[in-house]
Design a protein around this ligand. Sequence first.
Ligand code: HEC
Length: 163
Amino acid sequence: MIRHAILSLAAGATTLALVGYASSRAATPVDNSPVYRPVTSDLMNEVIQPRHIKLWLAGKAGNWTFAEYERHNLQGAFNRMAIAIPTYKGTQVTDMLDAFVKQPFADLDSAIKAKDQVAFTKAYGALTDGCNSCHLSTDHAMAVIKTPNAAAFPDQEFAPPKP
Ligand code: HEC
């Protein structure tokens, strides 16, 4: 009799636990909010421009490890942009990247590997020219990019860390 009571209590508890589990699952809110899809100008402001500045600050400070990190991330960001937004007003973004920034990125890669300030400055200038050539070709000549003349990240040290 007692044994039967314990068994049915246990069964009842299991049922309650299962009901609780099912209802907590049903209560899990489903996120139906639309996905935020940045457009080209968002990506330029949020991703491309800050990395372009940081690349300069790192190279000028001789922090070659960080310069390579930013070069890699800036080039990667352009490539990801080309996947997310394959054409801009009818032109393939990959074609524009090949025409305007591919060679400067390769030259930056070599300059950074060689820890060569002069080559870095030259390749960075060519990259910046590439930014402006693409702006010109996409009817955005008014978005003029230049070599940074000030540091814009007061909370970040660009000099290499002390060993
Ligand atoms: C593949 C072509 C292309 C390349 C390369 C490119 N841009 Fe752009 N950029 C654009 C286009 C297109 C716009 C305008 C987007 C729009 O408003 O629809 C733009 C706009 C901008 C803007 C203006 C956004 C704003 O609201 O202030 C900035 C800043 C910018 N680019 C930075 C850069 C920098 C820095 C580089 C180089 C490291 C670069 N871009 C390289 C295509 C390019």
